[in-house]
Every structure is written in structure tokens, then in C-alpha cells.
Write a protein that binds this ligand. Sequence first.
Ligand SMILES: Cc1ncc(COP(=O)(O)O)c(C=O)c1O
Length: 373
Amino acid sequence: MTSKFREQFHIPDQSAYLLNHSVGCLPKTAKEHFQNHFLEPWNQHGSGAWEHWLNNLTEFNAALANILNGEVQQFCPQVNLSSALTKVIGSLPAAPSGSHILLSERDFPSMGFVIQNLCKSFGLTARFIPEDTDLTDLNQWDEVLTDKTWLAFITHVQSNDSLRLPVAEITALTRQKQIISVVDIAQSAGIVPIDLKAWNADFVIGSSVKWLCGGPGSGYLWASPSAIEQCEPMDVGWFSHQDPMEFDIHHFEYAEGVRRFAGGTPSIMPFTLSAQSIRTLDRISSAVIFEHNQKLINLITDQINREMIRSPLEQDQRGGTLAISFKDDQKALEAMQRAGIACDRRSEGLRFSPHIYNMEEEADQLIEVIHSL
Ligand SMILES: Cc1ncc(COP(=O)(O)O)c(C=O)c1O
């Protein structure tokens, strides 16, 4: 089964590419799609390419809507998560004085930089959930989501150890307490099946560079219709306007939906490519991809010393990455590189992330190197 899917991707010339938490592999049809839907319209029509190019953005939104179970009009392309988060927080009505933004010490640092910077500008506090808190425990969330919490930042899957949070249950709490929720799906989109309708969050931000195999530059923002009504983005442009072709410098009106976050002339290239990548993964199906990923992870965890494993052993608490800690992580990394196993190193140890195109043989090869250390 795997080889059928493996043929659909360009895999780097290494024996085991396990860096899908960093950059997913390019689907083979993406190049031709890019040629036909970005370069050719430009070659043939010049400025007339815009009609085709704007349709590429709609297709990107539609591909996301299909794979994440959202509505196409709820997505707005963004450069990356940091920028999307900055725009979202900056667009909201002023927070009551004395309130805070809640985040975890385990969130991706860039998200923390954005939140702390904005808190400084807006006179808010960034309140961190301590690193050793069990983020899967709803009682802990119930405790930290206080009447002073204005916004809660929730990372679906942690990048260092792949811990997966029960987002639907956490957003049920934030809704009940009338706290704004922003969910980060950078490390889950494309690997863990996601149902945005079931989550019912206020905002969700993500990128395509990792498991979605879409390359850098094609981030996105999803917003619920009720949340969007109160947003007045600072970063606007003619594509944020209700009627971009009105061209009256004295009149600006926010577009009705999430398009108000579009800004000026949109970038097209990364989204044209990503749309095709996301469709390729969606055709395989998130459920099939995740099942395969977890099967390979289980193959590895079953055959190594459990004490080395830094990712959750329970499948319902884990994303697509397996973090393993060695006596000497640097030495282990060098051994992996010599063996042609592509992985990287973070605070929890080395990270290994199998995608649909990885094979059982590669898991066996990894087990062999681990045993040799
Ligand atoms: C959980 C998580 N959030 C966010 C990011 C990246 O954010 P940005 O798109 O702003 O670079 C990463 C990148 O590794 C990540 O793992």
C-alpha cells in the first residue's frame, strides 16, 4: 500500500526521510500544476492572469476546507502563523483592563514572541501555563482559564514531543467561559484528522510547510462567523475591502467575512502549489495517513527501551512525531546522519516523523541504529 503512495512524492535521496514535522515532501503533480496554473496563465495573458490566479486562492481555501472540515469562505491565506496571530490579536476589541492572554511554556516560541510583544503594546499580561502541567488534563485547563483570561492560545500538537491536546473539550470550556480561543495546527494539519466544525473555536491558524507538503509561505487563518464580526484588522489593503474595485480613497469598508484579513495584493505562488499538495493528501485521506503514521511509530516504540521515549505512548494523546531521548543526543544525531536517517534534535531529544510515503523498512532501519547506540 505504501509504495503506491510513495510513488506520488519526490523523496529526498536519503534512505529514510523522517523530517515531516519540518518540511513535507513535494507531491509529483505539484510541479506541473504550478506550471499550468501559475506560470502559463502569466505567459499567455499577462495581467489577464489575475482571474486565474485569484481562483487559485479560492482553490487553496477549498482544499483546506475539505481536509479540515471547514467552509471555504472561513479561510483566508496568510504568510505564516506568527503573522496571522499578530493580525488576529491586533484586530480584536480592547481587552478589559487587568486581563491576560493564556499560553503554555510548551508552545512554539514564535507564538510566545508574538503574544508577549502584543501584550506589551496593549497593556496586557502573558500568563504562561508552566511546562510541567499536564495539558491533556481538562481540570488543569478549567483551573487556568479564569475570569481574567481574555484569550487562550491552544497548540493542538506540541512541536517538541508531539503531545496532542483535546482541543474540542478545551474550546468547549473557553466558549462556556466566554474566552477567545486561537488554535495552532502547524504540527497537526495533514497528519492528524481535524474537524474544525466539531472544535467550534474562534480562530485557527496553520501553515502548509510541514505535514501538508505545500512548502513555505502558504499559511492560513480560519475564523468562526461570530468571531469575525468583531474583528477590525489594522493590517488592511484593497483586498480587505468589501468591494476591492471601488477605488475611493475616502471610503474603506471591511469585507464581510475573514477576507478582511487579506490586506494588499495577495501572494499567489505558494498557495497555487499548496492547493495541489493538500488535494493530494486529502485524496489519500487524513485517516489513512494517520493510521499509517501511528503504525510505524508503534513499530518503533514496541522495540525500543520505553524510558527513551519522550512522546506519549497513548495513541489518542500523540501527534505524528516520535521524540526519543538518547544518552548523548548529539552523538545519536550524528549516527542517524551516517545511517542516512533524516531527523532533527530538540529539547526532548531527536524527532522522527513518518508520513504516508515512509515504509516499514525505514522504521526497521531506525530501530537498528537505536539498538546499535
Ligand atoms: C506548533 C508550531 N507552531 C508554529 C510554528 C511556526 O510558526 P510560523 O509559521 O510563524 O513560522 C511551528 C513551526 O515549527 C510549530 O511547530
